[in-house]
Write a protein that binds this ligand. Structure first.
Ligand code: G
Ligand code: G
Ligand code: MN
Ligand code: NA
Length: 253
């Protein structure tokens, strides 16, 4: 109840911030994108993870203004990084089911892209696979988003309940291999086979593959060899405040 009330005023009280985790090209190690990850600095409880408050925000509807704030802040930030020389940098933004299903979500995305002047192809909307069960997201929304020109990723791929058939009829650009697979792939040969199979499948479907949760050099190397295009994880960098992420960007120029 208390969290609920605070959430409504978190934006105006400037308690929300975004951290950014770099996504690198596994062949070149160059940062090609950042994933925006929301943090709420609660006046009494300190920094709260989205896991703790997104479900409440979904229930109360606060997710709608919060989701817009996240999109707008992330797009503006990446546009700014592009303008100082990181021309091809993309941004991935997590969207929740209620947000995507809200009437006017594609229009809101379009408006934010217009306001921030970010080229749509640099925005990647991540939708968690577990939220796609039972066709909870209408194919129409996907098509509208594609018409705008943004990219669509399936987050936490392999852990949800969606059937593989959605991959054939929804316009999906990227699969993000859930970090539970990456975590176990070196120890369990069956998990390693699953990772390779996801990568092969994604490649056959002309999708890009992003591995999450890379913590060890051997994982990075195996994923690279298997043909996974991109990766993120603590081995490369934790999610960072914008100013610190900018330092990483400058270092690789
Ligand atoms: O960084 P990490 O602990 O913060 O993220 C925890 C979970 O919260 C992840 O599943 C991530 O996808 C989700 N998440 C992070 N930022 C956002 C956001 O802006 N919106 C939504 N809906 N989920 C987010
Ligand atoms: O569900 P989603 O992929 O959006 O979740 C992102 C979450 O994963 C964030 O909480 C982020 O902090 C976390 N994360 C990113 N890299 C790593 C990693 O290498 N190891 C672990 N354990 N978590 C990670
Ligand atoms: Mn994500
Ligand atoms: Na994920």
């Amino acid at each position: 109840m208390k969290l609920e009330n605070g959430l409504r005023t978190a934006i105006e009280n400037e308690q929300l911030t975004l951290h950014y985790q770099p996504v690198v090209d596994l062949q070149t190690s160059k940062i090609i994108a950042v994933e925006a990850l929301l943090r709420w600095e609660h006046p009494e409880l300190g920094f709260l993870s989205p896991i703790e408050f997104i479900p409440i925000a979904e229930k109360t509807g606060a997710i709608i203004p919060i989701g817009k704030w996240v999109l707008e802040t992330a797009c503006r930030q990446v546009k700014q990084w592009q303008s100082i020389g990181f021309h091809d940098l993309s941004v991935a933004v997590n969207a929740s089911i209620r947000q995507v299903n809200e009437k006017g979500f594609p229009m809101a995305v379009e408006n934010i892209l217009h306001e921030t002047q970010l080229n749509p192809r640099f925005l990647d909307i991540e939708i968690t696979e577990s939220l796609m069960q039972n066709d909870t997201i209408s194919g129409v929304v996907f098509k509208q988003l594609k018409a705008i020109g943004v990219k669509i990723s399936i987050d936490d791929f392999g852990t949800g309940y969606s059937s593989l058939s959605v991959l054939s009829y929804l316009p999906i650009d990227r699969l993000k291999i859930d970090r539970s697979f990456v975590k176990d792939m070196l120890e369990h040969s069956k998990t390693d086979s699953i990772v390779r199979t996801i990568i092969d499948m994604g490649n056959h479907l002309d999708m890009k593959l992003v591995a999450e949760g890379i913590e060890e050099e051997e994982q990075r190397e195996a994923l690279r060899q298997y043909g996974c295009h991109f990766g993120q994880g603590y081995l490369i960098s934790r999610p960072l405040p914008a100013s610190e992420l900018e330092v990483l960007l400058r270092e690789q120029k």
